[in-house]
Write a protein that binds this ligand. Structure first.
Ligand code: DQA
Length: 139
């Protein structure tokens, strides 16, 4: 089973970025423990601060993997293009947010992606990624 994790803008700064909101672990550190927890899963990981690159990766992985875990970060709240990319692919997409977007500023409450995704996990920290893997491997 191949699962693609795609992270959007500023998530390359996890570990130092607003640690009170996003925690103090880098994604790379977390990714190592995730791979150990699911040794049978073949993971790929892509991060970009550029919307078009994220759309390109969704298109590519949508045809090449069994499921996508997408944290589009700020583009969640702005990008019709990312939502359209999710609609265009076959692979199921689980939307993940580290923080609880519904407990934050109002402009974070709307997602252009949720309606196109299988589901959304928000507010459970980095653990949200492994909950999403669990869903994809057992569905
Ligand atoms: C985020 C929530 C977004 O509102 C924010 O822009 C992010 C990260 C999260 O994981 O909690 O960059 O997607």
């Amino acid at each position: 089973m191949h699962i693609a994790i795609i992270n959007g803008p500023n998530l390359n700064l996890l570990g130092t970025r607003e640690p009170d909101v996003y925690g103090s672990q880098t994604f790379e550190q977390y990714f190592e423990t995730l791979k150990e927890k699911f040794p049978k899963v073949n993971f790929s990981y892509f991060q970009s601060n550029i919307e078009g690159e994220l759309i390109g990766e969704i298109q590519k992985m949508g045809a090449a993997c069994d499921g996508i875990i997408l944290n589009a970060a700020a583009y969640t709240h702005t990008s019709v293009g990312l939502g359209d990319a999710i609609s265009a692919i076959k692979a199921p997409v689980v939307e993940v947010h580290i923080s609880n977007i519904y407990a934050r500023e109002e402009y974070r409450h709307h997602s252009f992606l949720t309606g196109k995704c299988k589901g959304v996990i928000s507010g459970l920290g980095l653990k949200g990624y492994e909950l999403a893997v669990n869903y994809l491997v057992t569905k």
